[in-house]
Design a protein. Structure first.
Length: 280
């Protein structure tokens, strides 16, 4: 394994799948390693994506765990693609949907920086607000957003909670989505979560004029492992996309820092949220 190895999100998804197979069979790392002929250390590194999972090793695990053939074959194909992508240093994941995987990254992250332009950040959305946004015609995306909320809520009670920094323009507060009752509940919820020590909410006021990253929402995730680079997540109604190239994620980090400087402080932002709620 190269010393500068950095796992892609596809390789991390493969690792989670391998860990899931073992957990379903209630095997320890030692027990599973003995069955397949791996050391427990190697198996742990594969599951945690601190080393690549070779296709032949994935195949061996699928066979030993008695995973249905189509299921392990699909993961082998992903491992093969990841291997080829690493060799040519680029490429999108085969049969890998970042929008479906995003909740997993939220659960694994230690820092989430969200910049939205017209909606309350996904981690803070109430179900009624989400349903109003999607107009009940996109059940798959609704379910995915629910998973994102649940991942964040789960991490909020951890000893080491996920830190969330959110920035959005004042227009987000004034767009009455779902009617006054739904919107007021959403704003009150936003006020409530902003009081948590792991959460920072800042609003860019209408009078700020042009501001960094205007019109370009993104979420930037940071992780505890050295082998896991920051990941920027971008989403449209068509698809979600991960950006993992360090130079690009650094640009996102710089834009976010500038956004925080442009936005109101947390106290003034909270006052603005309260004012918008009172107006409904």
């Amino acid at each position: 394994m190269p010393k500068d190895f950095r796992a892609t999100t596809l390789e991390r998804a493969i690792g989670r799948q391998l860990a899931g197979w073992r957990d379903e069979r209630e095997l320890s790392l030692t027990e599973a390693g003995q069955r397949v002929g791996f050391s427990s250390a190697k198996l742990s590194m594969m599951e945690n994506a601190v080393q690549p999972s070779a296709p032949v090793d994935v195949m061996a695990l699928g066979y030993v765990y008695k995973v249905p053939t189509p299921e392990w074959q699909a993961v082998v194909l992903r491992a093969q693609y990841a291997e080829r992508a690493r060799a040519r240093a680029g490429g999108d994941g085969l049969n890998f949907d970042p929008a479906a995987d995003f909740a997993n990254l939220v659960f694994e992250a230690t820092l989430l920086r969200a910049f939205t332009t017209d909606l309350v950040p996904a981690v803070f959305q109430l179900p009624g607000y989400t349903n109003a946004v999607l107009q009940d015609d996109d059940p798959v995306r609704t379910a995915r957003l629910a998973m994102v909320r649940e991942a964040w809520a789960t991490r909020l009670t951890d000893k080491d909670p996920l830190a969330v920094q959110a920035v959005f323009p004042e227009a987000v507060l004034r767009q009455v989505i779902g009617g006054p009752r739904v919107m007021k509940a959403q704003l009150l919820h936003l006020m409530e979560v902003s009081e948590h020590e792991a959460v920072t909410v800042q609003v860019v006021p209408r009078g700020a004029g042009a501001y960094p990253a205007m019109g370009s929402p993104f979420t930037l995730l940071g992780f505890p492992h050295r082998q896991h680079n920051d990941v920027a997540y971008l989403e449209t109604f068509i698809k979600g996309e991960y950006v993992e190239e360090p130079g690009l994620t650094e640009q996102c980090a710089l834009r976010f820092a500038s956004l925080r400087e442009t936005a109101l402080g947390t106290g003034e932002s909270l006052e603005l949220i309260a004012e918008a709620a009172a107006d409904l």
